[in-house]
Design a protein around this ligand. Structure first.
Ligand code: ZN
Length: 278
């Protein structure tokens, strides 16, 4: 599933390709009824046509494309959430028409196309004047200034849930999913099932450092491709080759040699080292 490093990689790749371009026309597959949120697919297509893309931003796992407001109209934000298996691929003119699971297509004024692909059709798009309605409740960006050890300590201290569940809560901290929650907890030597409000101050400080470390390393590897994730050119990331515990059940811990264990936490598969993580 695309998490912060994957969405940020797509944002960085798409920015030079899309900024300044105008959406000439849009097409949404009739078999993807949940893709467009808050308005009909027809209204979405009409409102996008003729808009120029001013900038690309990201909040958590959401990609935000800011669009101009022509002829006195208000600017709009086109928000995309890739969920489980969504992807945004930019194709130059003449690059063929063979992207699998194509659910939407956006033809730009230079003839290139932004294509939205999604095997499971869980991804969503919005086109809104007020983006706060979609992303307003997200917690701090883990690589931003608002994510301090104290902010993390406060978020954890309010919850009796397992610490992993709090890391996955987008209102506590934005952009972390199953892969990087497991990896950060391993780096911090904190057991995922430990009650959030019982972490020591030292453990919270280690976890704060570890969250940033794993996200920065994954960004350097252009994300992780365990199954479907591809970047804006349709290429896989590399970080799946460097994970320490995620999906390594039964394999030896790189630090102590104990077998990596898998348990369910809040319904999510969770991987940890029983000796290193207490
Ligand atoms: Zn270990």
């Amino acid at each position: 599933m695309p998490e912060l490093p994957e969405v940020e990689t797509i944002r960085r790749d798409l920015t030079p390709r899309l900024v300044g371009r105008t959406v000439a026309r849009a097409w949404v597959a009739p078999d993807a009824p949940k893709l467009v949120q808050g308005r009909t697919a027809a209204s979405f297509r009409r409102a996008l046509a003729g808009r120029r893309i001013e900038s690309l931003d990201r909040r958590g796992k959401y990609l935000l494309l800011r669009l101009d407001g022509p002829d006195g109209q208000a600017g709009l934000t086109w928000i995309v959430h890739l969920r489980m298996t969504g992807g945004l691929i930019h194709r130059l003119p003449g690059s063929g028409d063979d992207d699998r699971f194509l659910r939407a297509r956006f033809v730009l004024d230079d003839g290139s196309e932004l294509r939205y692909v999604d095997l499971r059709k869980l991804g969503m798009m919005w086109l809104v004047e007020d983006e706060e309605a979609v992303v307003g409740k997200l917690g701090p960006e883990p690589l931003g200034e608002g994510f301090t050890p104290e902010a993390l300590r406060l978020a954890l201290s309010r919850r009796a849930a397992p610490v992993k569940s709090v890391l996955l809560d987008q209102a506590a901290v934005a952009g972390i999913g199953n892969i990087y929650a497991d990896e950060a907890l391993f780096e911090a030597r904190v057991r995922p099932t430990k009650r959030a409000d019982r972490l020591s101050r030292k453990a919270v400080e280690r976890l704060h450092w570890a969250v940033r470390k794993v996200l920065v390393e994954a960004l350097g590897d252009r994300g992780s491709s365990f199954r479907d994730y591809v970047d804006a050119e349709g290429e896989q990331g590399m970080h799946q080759l460097r994970v320490k515990v995620f999906r390594r059940t039964g394999e030896p811990c790189y630090v102590c040699g104990s077998k990596v264990r898998r348990v369910k936490v809040g319904g999510r598969s969770t991987h940890y080292c029983p000796k290193c993580q207490r």
